[in-house]
Design a protein around this ligand. Structure first.
Ligand code: UD1
Length: 317
């Protein structure tokens, strides 16, 4: 029986895809994760229903047998941070560039039906026009953005040269339950969440007027499943965003409102490699994949806050 594989399936986004696959009746789901940034606790309630394999995408021999004959591979394993790729580019390149090559090679050698790849909107860099459309010339500004773009190009080349079906989804700042807030490299909303709950001031790099198309994790997981099923999409790239644009100042203001607090953020210098504004044009994903994001920013933030309150109880409580 052919199976599904989720690389990085113990991570924040990968575990959401895994959960959705099971909810939609998938028979066998193999989760590949080295637990470097993922955690088995993200899979707690579904642990007995999946085949968890602690393996590293940097090691071809380790992952090839797990990937062989899969119906679909969702490739989420990555070191996801822009600043981390600047501070420490070697591991970031090894995982995001070489690891992705290994996954594609294993998929091609193992006659996999399709690879759905977690690409990144950071590939657009500071292209002037908003919203970002898939056919714009990419302008990566950081090693991370470049590595993710390389993966996209590799997907396209594996489709063209070897006939491996691939679809790349450019994620736009995914947030939601299970995003790890414990590192300075963590996604900004996860850091804002824990700051709000602990009644501390968040740090904002720059004036806080930079904007992002924050996308709720459930909408991204749903789109992954749609990309796995869609016809006539091999070798293509799609924006996986909400289509909106929210500044950091607006995000912190909303969290303060939801928590009933009044704590000014601490502003510092802008971060190296940062993109100023990011917003997805979702036309293509809607038309060709049936993308239909369901969560407004406020609704997503409420659900996320509820989860953090339980998972990361305020330190004073
Ligand atoms: C994020 C993702 C990346 C993804 C990309 C596009 C994370 C960690 N990174 O990059 O994987 O490919 O979106 O979807 O999720 N900031 C602060 N204070 C903080 C932390 C960050 O002001 O404490 C600012 C940053 O300078 C930046 C913005 O918040 O302007 C967003 O930063 P971050 O959450 O790290 O995401 P991106 O760099 O946009």
């Amino acid at each position: 029986m052919s199976h599904y594989v989720v690389t990085g399936g113990a991570g924040f986004i990968g575990s959401a895809i895994t959960r959705k696959l099971l909810a939609e009746g998938a028979g066998r789901v193999v989760v590949i994760d080295n637990l470097l940034s993922g955690s088995e606790s993200n899979l707690e309630e579904i642990r007995s229903r999946i085949d968890f394999q602690r393996a590293d995408i940097r090691n071809y021999e380790e992952i090839a047998p797990l990937i062989r004959d899969a119906a679909v591979v969702f490739h989420e394993a990555a070191i996801p941070s822009v600043p981390r790729s600047i501070d420490d580019p070697v591991p970031s390149h090894d995982v995001n560039a070489n690891g992705t090559f290994n996954v594609l090679r294993a998929a091609k050698e193992g006659n996999v039906g399709r690879v759905v790849y977690a690409a990144s909107s950071s590939a657009y860099g500071d292209t002037e026009v908003l919203p970002k459309v898939e056919d714009m010339t990419p302008r990566p500004k950081s090693p991370y953005a470049l590595q993710k773009l390389l993966g996209e190009y590799y997907c396209n080349v594996f489709t063209g040269v070897y006939g491996l079906e691939t679809v790349a989804l450019r994620y736009f700042n995914v947030y939601g339950p299970r995003q790890d807030p414990s590192s300075p490299y963590s996604g900004v909303l996860s850091l804002f969440m824990t700051a709000a709950l602990n009644r501390t001031a968040p740090k904002i790099f720059g004036d806080g007027e930079q904007s992002r198309d924050f996308t709720y994790v459930e909408d991204v997981a749903e789109l992954n499943l749609k990309a796995a099923r869609a016809k006539g999409v091999a070798g293509k790239v799609y924006n996986a965003g909400n289509g909106g644009r929210i500044t950091l100042n607006q995000s912190w203001a909303l969290l303060q409102k939801l928590e009933g607090i009044d704590i000014p953020a601490i502003y510092g210098p802008p971060r190296a490699g940062d993109v100023r504004d990011s917003q997805a044009d979702t036309t293509l994903a809607v038309a060709e994949l049936g993308h239909a994001p369901r969560y407004s920013f406020e609704e997503g933030m409420r659900l996320t806050l509820k989860w953090y309150r339980k998972a990361y109880p305020p330190k004073s409580a």
